[in-house]
Design a protein around this ligand. Structure first.
Ligand code: NAG
Ligand code: NAG
Ligand code: NAG
Ligand code: NAG
Ligand code: NAG
Ligand code: NAG
Ligand code: NAG
Ligand code: NAG
Length: 381
């Protein structure tokens, strides 16, 4: 048997496996760049191999995001003389799909009956907060918006932050959402804003707009494993399904009333019945809304997400509410088997693999030693 050939084959298999592993991680990478798009507007371009994702995050006159997918020749013409800016895709035919999210307003309601259900109260008694925001920080892959509500010298504010990613990963912080090169992460924090009621809770009213003849739904999926967000066995997906394109807004129904985020500081996020009745949808001057109005051919849906759970002691217990979500193109990422389960499976697969690698190296080294034996033999004889 020709052992040297086997060693080459063995080395070849190892190198092939290494290339396969390395290649796999580069698969979806995008190049991110940021430029301003006018008054409190940030444009993050995510260039991939087969398409470009253009993300616009605009804080004036109302917080919204607009995301446009073009082929690799697509550019945006941005007229910053207007606020929100006017956006044109150039050339027209590079346009593939677009979706937008308008954060219509934040609502504080007096949950005197401790129901954690905003529909139990008359909208005329809500306290509505505008989401007009200013940029406080803007990096290559992220942008932070904020609005101060401080009347004393204590910081009180509402912030919206957004991140894009070159690659796929899972967030380090709770609730450990999955992000991909085709999605963005958002974070909403109500930071020490003075409550108007001792039994206050907050809620977010939002409108999701999608190009083409889009059908919307909110689907909750049970996840088998809650290792990543203890106590949370659910993932909510607000889906837009149009002709050939899909987009999604994904979150776990969990928000936090304190830092650091933990099971001890977590509470519930409730969503309501999706409103797709056009005539009742809010029309507002945000960037996403103005882009689609100009372009035509879109559908919208709106909903409210409210933060809190009966008997969780209300916003006032800490004067803090934080919530994270992701939104992006295609099918929302599905919760997969946890690392713990993977670790257990890997041990099962890993031992044979170690035996293979270890055994191969041993055999090859042994073979090399054997090669020299006759030489030593000659010298010693
Ligand atoms: C954001 O808006 C504020 C006030 O409206 C303005 O002073 C500031 O220059 C704007 N910042 C950017 C980066 O556009
Ligand atoms: C708050 O907004 C709702 C619509 O979402 C409206 O019906 C209500 O009157 C507003 N409340 C106040 C106090 O302005
Ligand atoms: C992201 O989109 C690109 C092109 O549209 C696709 O090839 C890739 O598989 C997508 N990545 C993920 C993680 O969905
Ligand atoms: C917002 O308020 C928090 C405290 O409530 C403070 O730590 C933070 O610095 C404020 N953010 C900005 C941008 O001022
Ligand atoms: C909150 O609602 C309760 C019950 O209706 C009422 O007694 C209380 O005055 C309200 N609080 C404020 C600040 O309006
Ligand atoms: C989308 O909007 C158009 C125009 O308003 C309407 O005719 C169509 O039925 C809507 N599509 C869906 C799936 O709701
Ligand atoms: C849609 O909204 C209009 C105007 O507000 C209303 O008259 C109509 O009943 C609504 N339709 C449904 C199905 O709720
Ligand atoms: C939250 O704010 C209210 C009003 O300013 C205050 O009465 C309450 O003590 C605050 N809660 C905490 C935990 O600081």
């Amino acid at each position: 048997m020709d052992l040297s050939f086997n060693c080459r084959l063995f080395a070849f298999i190892l190198i092939a496996l290494a290339i396969f592993a390395a290649d796999d991680s580069k698969w979806n990478k995008r190049k991110l760049t940021t430029v301003s798009c006018g008054n409190n507007c940030s444009y993050i371009k995510a260039e991939g191999q087969s398409d470009i994702l253009h993300y616009l995050f605009s804080g004036k006159p109302a917080m919204s995001i607009l995301s446009i997918k073009t082929d690799t020749n697509g550019k945006l013409l941005i007229n910053t003389k207007f606020s929100p800016p006017q956006i044109k895709v150039d050339p027209d035919k590079s346009f593939l799909y677009a979706f937008g999210i308008v954060f219509d307003k934040l609502i504080e309601y007096n949950d005197s009956k401790n129901t954690a259900n905003i529909e139990k109260y008359d909208p005329a008694e809500w306290k509505n907060y505008s989401t007009a925001m200013e940029i406080v920080s803007n990096k290559q892959d992220s942008v932070v918006f904020f609005k101060s509500y401080s009347t004393d010298n204590v910081p009180r504010n509402i912030t919206f932050s957004f991140w894009n990613f070159a690659d796929n990963s899972r967030q380090d912080i709770l609730p450990h959402l999955i992000v991909t090169s085709n999605s963005s992460l958002m974070n909403l924090v109500i930071n020490n804003v003075k409550p108007s009621f001792s039994t206050s809770r907050f809620a977010l009213a939002a409108t999701y707009i999608s190009h083409g003849n889009s059908r919307f739904s909110i689907k909750s999926e049970k996840s088998l494993d809650d290792e990543y967000s203890p106590g949370t066995f659910e993932v909510a997906n607000w889906l837009a399904v149009s002709n050939n394109h899909n987009s999604f807004w994904q979150w776990k129904p969990v928000s936090y009333f304190g830092t650091p985020r933990s099971t001890m500081t977590s509470t519930y996020v409730k969503s309501y019945k999706l409103n797709t009745n056009f005539s009742r949808l809010p029309e507002n001057p945000s960037l996403a809304y103005s882009f689609f109005t100009e372009m035509g051919d879109y559908n919208m849906s709106s909903n409210i997400l409210s933060f809190g759970l009966t008997d969780d002691k209300f916003y006032d217990r800490n004067n803090y509410t934080a919530w994270s979500a992701t939104f992006g193109y295609g099918i929302p990422p599905a919760e997969t088997v946890s690392t713990l389960a993977i670790a257990i499976i890997s041990v099962g697969l890993g031992i044979p693999a170690l035996l293979f690698v270890g055994g191969g190296i041993y055999l090859c080294l042994k073979r090399r030693r054997n090669d020299y034996e006759p030489v030593f033999g000659t010298i010693s004889s």
